[in-house]
Unconditional design. Structure first.
Length: 224
């Protein structure tokens, strides 16, 4: 029994140190109630902060994904973001975003079971949340303008595709008509060549007959 009590005391001292509870281990029933109340309060606070941090990470992931999509649709996005940052006085957003990510990674590496206090965890979470909210607010106008640009691009692209469709249709008609004219020209050329050959043949035959007639007339004169 004494050994079990000693072991329990040791575990309670360790738990005190891990959770940052001051005043030593509880000795009376009132101390135990106060101890458990403080433990439950800190545990609840930790869970709430952890949940809030997870939601903020999800929001940050959505913002980063949105920026990635917009960046892939506009080759000049980096220059646009830099220009808009300068206009709105928030130059260095991307560097700050990288620092936010580093803070988030550092938070993930904190091991509460090894002595990190909830006060430090809360400070890191609050700092991260504040910076995320601030940068999301600063980024909102840029995202809105990029959406407008995307809408304009899609409208122009739609007009281009419609005109291209009309042009392709007209071009097909022209190609068909040209092919028909070329075919008719070839046929007419072949027909003309045949008629020309026939003309020369008939002309030669006519010359031969005229020669015969002239010879007969000459012979007739000689007979007289």
């Amino acid at each position: 029994m004494e050994s079990e009590l000693a072991e329990l005391n040791r575990e309670m001292h360790e738990l005190d140190g891990q959770l940052g509870i001051q005043g030593g281990r509880p000795r009376t029933q009132a101390d135990i109630k106060r101890y458990m109340g403080e433990l439950q309060a800190k545990t609840g606070t930790y869970k709430a902060l952890k949940h809030e941090l997870q939601e903020s990470r999800s929001e940050l992931a959505v913002v980063m994904r949105t920026e990635e999509i917009l960046r892939s649709r506009d080759d000049n996005l980096a220059d646009l973001i830099q220009t808009m940052e300068q206009e709105k006085g928030i130059t260095g957003y991307e560097q700050t975003q990288g620092r936010i990510e580093q803070v988030s990674v550092a938070k993930s590496g904190i091991d509460v079971d090894k002595g990190a206090t909830l006060e430090v965890v809360s400070q890191i979470i609050n700092q991260t949340l504040n910076e995320i909210k601030s940068k999301k607010h600063d980024l909102a106008p840029m995202i809105q303008e990029l959406k407008l640009r995307r809408s304009t691009y899609e409208e122009v692209e739609g007009q281009y595709m419609e005109k291209k469709r009309i042009w392709d249709s007209v071009a097909i008609g022209f190609d068909t008509e040209r092919s028909k004219l070329e075919y008719d020209l070839d046929e007419n050329s072949n027909g003309f060549s045949r008629e020309e050959s026939q003309f020369h043949l008939l002309n030669n035959l006519l010359l031969i007959e005229e020669g015969k007639i002239a010879r007969l007339q000459h012979e007739k004169k000689l007979l007289k």
